[in-house]
Unconditional design. Structure first.
Length: 284
C-alpha cells in the first residue's frame, strides 16, 4: 500500500491518503501521515478521490519527532572519502540527528545555504517507525517499521561562517561535518510511504542517484554495514522510538565529495529505490 501526504489545489490544505492506482489518490483525512502510522491496518473511511496529477505531493511526514541518520554505513562510501575499511565487530552504528526543519518533500527546491559553498547529494533508503519501542530486540526490529520511503541526505561539505577559525582542532572538523547536515531542506524525502508489507526484505533494494540525468550513485541496500533491523534495534537502545520517527539508513559510494564535484543552482537530483518510486529535487 502506498500512502501519501499532499496538498489540494487552491486553499485545500494538507491531507493524507492512499494512492489507489497510478492516477488516483483516495482521501483519508486532514494532516500528514502521522495520523495513520500507528494503525495502518485500520485506515479511516475514504472521504473522496482526487486525480493524482491535481495534487501536490509533500514529504510523508512534515515534521517528524526525530529525524535520525547514520554515517558511514556503506563500506565503499567510507573508502571513497578517505576512510579505512571498517570492522563491523568493533564499531557501533554512527547515528546523528537532523532537525525537523531540514525536511523537504518531492519537487521542493533545496537552497544552497550561505554557510556552505559545497553542497553534496546522498541517496538513501528511509525507514519510518510505525510502532514505537525502547530496547527493541533485533529479531523483532522490522516489526516496528511502518513503511519505507526515499531520502536524500543533502550535506554541506565545507562550512564558512565568515570568520577565521582554528581548523587544526579535530573537533572543528567533526562539528563542521555535523553542522553541514542541518540546513533547511537537507532531509528530502518522498514521494510517498510504501507500507512495510510491500517491502519483504529491505536489504534487497537498488539505490540510485542521478544528477542532471547522469548516474552518480548506484548501489544496493545489501551493501549496508548495519542492516535496517540492526539500526532500529540500536537506535532504540539510545532513545525511545515513536511512530513517525524517520531513519535515513546511509548512502552508497558516488557522492560529490569523492570527486570534488558539488551541486550548483539549477541542478536536478533524482533518487530511485526499488519499488518506492523516485524523489526529485532541484537546487536553487
Amino acid at each position: 500500500m502506498k500512502l501519501a501526504t499532499y496538498r489540494l489545489p487552491g486553499d485545500g490544505g494538507v491531507r493524507h491518503g492512499r494512492i489507489t492506482d497510478a492516477a488516483t489518490v483516495t482521501d483519508l483525512g486532514p494532516g500528514d501521515l502521522s495520523a495513520v502510522l500507528g494503525a495502518p491496518d485500520a485506515l479511516p473511511e475514504p472521504s473522496g478521490e482526487h486525480p493524482l496529477a491535481e495534487v501536490t505531493l509533500l514529504a510523508p511526514l512534515l515534521r517528524p519527532g526525530k529525524v535520525l541518520a547514520v554515517a558511514a554505513n556503506y563500506q565503499e562510501h567510507v573508502e571513497e572519502t578517505g576512510g579505512d575499511r571498517l570492522d563491523k565487530s568493533r564499531i557501533s552504528p554512527r547515528l546523528f540527528l537532523k532537525p525537523a526543519t531540514a525536511v523537504s518533500g518531492p519537487g521542493e527546491e533545496i537552497a544552497i545555504p550561505s554557510v556552505s559553498p559545497q553542497v553534496d547529494w546522498e541517496a538513501e533508503l528511509v525507514a519510518v517507525i510505525g510502532r514505537g519501542g525502547k530496547d527493541i530486540p533485533l529479531d523483532s526490529a522490522l516489526e516496528h517499521v511502518g513503511g519505507y520511503t526515499i531520502g536524500n541526505d543533502v550535506s554541506g561539505r565545507k562550512m564558512d561562517y565568515g570568520h577565521e577559525r582554528d581548523t587544526g582542532d579535530p573537533m572543528v572538523g567533526f562539528f563542521d561535518w555535523l553542522n553541514g547536515k542541518w540546513p533547511d531542506g537537507f532531509a528530502a524525502m518522498g514521494p510517498y510511504l510504501t507500507t512495510a508489507d510491500e517491502v519483504p526484505d529491505p536489504q534487497k533494494l537498488d539505490v540510485t542517484m542521478e544528477v542532471n540525468g547522469r548516474v552518480r550513485q548506484q548501489g544496493d541496500t545489501g551493501q549496508m554495514i548495519f542492516s535496517v533491523a540492526e539500526l532500529v534495534a540500536f537506535a532504540s537502545r539510545l532513545m525511545t522510538l515513536e511512530p513517525g520517527d524517520v531513519l535515513y539508513t546511509g548512502t552508497p559510494a558516488g557522492v560529490g565529495l569523492a570527486s570534488g564535484e558539488f551541486l550548483s543552482a539549477g541542478d536536478e537530483m533524482t533518487v530511485r529505490v526499488t519499488g518506492l518510486g523516485s524523489l526529485v529535487n532541484r537546487v536553487r
